[in-house]
Design a protein around this ligand. Structure first.
Ligand code: NOJ
Length: 757
């Protein structure tokens, strides 16, 4: 097999782009020339004066005095034009050189107009919508003074125990890369100095989504091959899309924490990928290298700056030790100048060096935040994120004059609609499901009962309620609540039960070893089913759940994640059929936690499990479970149905300069107009390193009227067939490629084509 190795050419062009990136900006160089070592180090210091949500045990002190002394490069957790102006004035009018501050924030799924959690929004597979969401978030956040965002989070996650799976785009590097690009473009626009755009930060570099045992912040140990082929692509896609900054992760990689990992931050990020922005640590992640066992604060801070970290979030290791390290020869002044230059260049890019008050326009919040138009977009985004997991007896959509029992701990709730990591959103503005039902179906007869607590476990509730009441345990006994719900159910034609996880049962430091619906609610569901009434579950969660038991029940299941501020309206839109659900899962749902980590790109192994799913000794399978997941990546139903036919390639082969068209006809065979996410999967049959069983290589979301057919075509070139080989060169290798086009990753690869030399 001959390898097509274009790395030499690529390296040449990359080298060129690095050179271009290094072109100096006169305004920045003038400042640098005037700066003392202390002032340069000051630019590398990122603080939070409190007021926001602290995600570590430290909150910054004496921020005002430090800004005046020129010891601060940026702050986060400060918002509103007036407060931001005040902060900028401290820097501009009081510090010796008057350098304005970066104003950061975690704007993860909307600023004030919160839209679905990222895992939910990714299930829309709609790149335009994702970009629009990011644009809206940028417009709102910049109206409130923010110029730098800590998003997108693009960590590939294949372990639903890990709570932060909620914040990303799921398990697949191809889809994850497309989403990373869409978000960077959405936040940053064409020109970062425009007041409606903000600088994006891709995070958490790197591999943060693969902690051992699914426990947050835990060690990651991964082969280079797996990193490059499976986990690094979305970070790279964000860098290629021009992301302004990169945030390091908490975990170690090959024994060195990301914040001090030179291979990661310099060899890979800067030299191989040509990144020319700046790198910020995560919250006290430099200091945490002490606990990791790498030395004292001075040592780890020196290690971090020498590795290529430019800015230190909250921990002040840089501020308090770097001068000493320069004196002692552990760090060169040049290294510090480089980092300061990158921070100043960012300030130049976003327009702050020309106008420190660019983001302090008092009239903007009123005009730009929580507008009707924005809420409309949030509602649309939520409807597009829902995934119909199970249909039973065509219960859905419901008639708008039905007699409905609306039941469940999440059915009339405002505290769990926004989802995790929505620190800038306002819970009180969210639309509960009950209200949404009344808005969308005013003629329906709706009776509500809570029916159960999210969990009856008070100590569990206490851990989940750190940011406020998410799990509220009622005064009534669980039995009394249940009886009331059954009475309401028995008096209705249909039951809609809104059940699942509280918002903070996923997110940071919210890992679970049991990913089922809590027992209190499982019991409620079983009892509701026993009434014999048709039952619909609207299921909320920030992760894939183990719903093996519920999938066996005669119920319909609509997965609604945490939908955002328009939750109730959006759920009602879909339940009553104003929008026909079309979302598809972007992370596999396992049969049990024993199957994790699980994803559709798994390798086949030398002893593949039997296709039948029957157990066979000395094959790669389980004694007590099939290998297949409960619900595969890419899966999602609709009220209508789709059929795929005529899957074909335009030719038998393509060569190095060629392309091939892979197509299928998709027909809407059901009773509703609908949308379908058409997915292309390819398998490289023989190659120099073991291939995944299949890989997503393209997708298109199409609308089809009832009875309508469309041909969907994907154009594939050798570039699309590349992978990282044993030497971590990005190559394609000639040979056979099998493919399939279908509505989920659970498609058989029946056709093939040849890539010739
Ligand atoms: C810690 C989180 O890991 C990161 O995603 C976030 O941006 C920072 N805290 C700042 O809030």
């Amino acid at each position: 097999m001959k390898k097509f190795n274009l790395s030499a050419v690529l390296l040449f062009f990359m080298g060129l782009s690095c050179l271009q990136a290094q072109e100096k900006i006169p305004q920045v160089e003038e400042l640098l020339a005037k700066m003392t070592l202390e002032e340069k180090i000051g630019q590398l210091n990122l603080l939070t004066p409190g007021g926001g949500v602290a995600t570590g045990s430290v909150v910054s002190e004496d921020v005002e005095a430090k800004i005046k002394a020129g010891n601060v490069g940026g702050v986060f957790g400060v918002s509103s034009p007036a407060k931001v102006r005040q902060a900028q004035e401290l820097a501009v009018k009081n510090s010796r050189l008057g350098i304005p501050l970066l104003i950061g924030a975690d704007v993860i799924h909307g600023y004030k107009t919160t839209y679905p959690i990222p895992l939910g929004l990714s299930a829309s597979w709609d790149m335009e919508l994702i970009k629009e969401g990011a644009q809206m978030a940028a417009k709102e956040a910049t109206a409130d003074g923010i110029n730098w965002n800590f998003s997108p989070m693009v960590d590939i996650a294949r372990d639903p125990r890990w709570g932060r799976i909620a914040e990303g785009a799921g398990e697949d590097p191809y889809l994850g890369s497309e989403i990373a690009k869409a978000m960077v473009h959405g936040y940053q626009g064409e020109d970062l100095s425009q007041p409606h755009t903000m600088m994006a930060t891709v995070k958490h570099m790197a591999l943060y989504g693969a902690p051992e045992a699914g426990r947050d912040y835990n060690t990651v140990d991964m082969s280079r091959l797996k990193m490059f082929n499976e986990y690094l692509p979305p970070y790279k896609a964000a860098v290629d899309a021009g992301v302004g900054s990169v945030m390091t992760s908490f975990n170690d990689i090959d024994g060195i924490p990301a914040s001090g990992n030179k291979w990661l931050l310099t060899d890979l990020l800067r030299e191989r990928w040509g990144f020319d922005g700046f790198v910020v640590s995560d919250y006290t992640s430099v200091n945490e290298m002490v606990a990791h066992g790498l030395g004292d604060l001075q040592q780890v801070s020196a290690m971090a700056i020498n590795a290529g970290l430019d800015m230190d979030m909250v921990g002040e290791g840089f501020l308090t030790t770097l001068e000493k390290s320069v004196e002692e020869g552990l760090v060169s002044e040049e290294q510090i100048t480089k980092a300061a230059r990158r921070i100043l260049e960012a300030k130049h890019k976003i327009g702050l060096l020309d106008d420190p008050y660019l983001y302090s326009d008092e009239s903007r919040p009123q005009e730009d935040i929580l507008t009707e138009e924005n809420r409309k977009l949030a509602r649309k985004a939520a409807t597009r994120s829902f995934v119909l997991l199970k249909k039973h007896n065509n219960t859905l959509p419901l008639a708008k004059d039905a007699k409905i029992a609306l039941i469940g701990p999440l059915a009339n709730d405002k505290f769990n609609m926004l989802g995790t990591w929505a620190p800038t959103g306002d819970q009180q503005l969210s639309i509960p499901v009950l209200e949404g039902f009344r808005n969308v179906a005013p003629n329906a007869e709706i009776t509500y009962a809570k029916g159960a607590n999210i969990s009856n476990d008070t100590s569990f509730a206490k851990k989940v309620n750190v940011f406020g009441p998410r799990i509220q345990i009622a005064k009534e006994s669980p039995e009394a609540m249940l009886q009331e719900a059954l009475r309401v159910a028995n008096a209705s034609d249909v039951v809609v039960a809104v059940v699942g996880e509280a918002a903070e049962m996923s997110g940071e430091a919210a890992s679970r070893t049991d990913i089922t619906i809590p027992d209190s609610q499982k019991k409620l569901i079983r009892e509701l089913v026993a009434t014999g009434k048709p039952v619909v579950l609207a299921l909320m969660s920030g992760r894939p759940l183990d719903i093996s038991e519920e999938m066996q029940l005669p119920v319909s299941i609509l997965q609604v994640w945490h939908p955002g501020v328009e939750a109730g309206n959006a759920i009602a839109d879909v339940i009553f059929g104003d929008y026909i659900p079309a979302g598809k899962l972007t992370a596999t749902w396992p049969r049990s936690v024993g199957q994790v980590p699980i994803h559709y790109r798994m390798k086949i192994t030398g002893r593949p499990g039997p296709e039948s799913g029957e157990f066979q000794k000395f094959k790669s399978n389980y004694l007590d479970s099939p290998n297949s997941p409960l619900l595969p990546f890419g899966y999602g139903l609709s009220y209508t149905t789709f059929e795929y036919s005529d899957v074909k390639a335009s030719a038998d082969s393509l060569n190095a300069d060629g392309s091939i068209q892979l197509s299928a006809t998709v027909t809407n065979t059901g009773d509703y107009d609908g949308e379908e996410v058409v997915q292309l999967y390819i398998r490289d049959v023989v190659r120099s390193v073991t291939p995944p069983g299949k890989e997503l290589k393209g997708f298109k979301k199409i609308a089809l009227k009832k009875g309508e057919s469309k041909e969907v075509t994907f154009t594939i070139t050798p570039e699309d067939l590349k992978f990282y080989n044993y030497d971590i060169e990005y190559v394609y290798e000639p040979g056979e490629f099998q493919f399939a086009i279908g509505g989920s990753s659970d498609v058989e690869l029946k056709k093939s084509f040849e890539l010739t030399e």
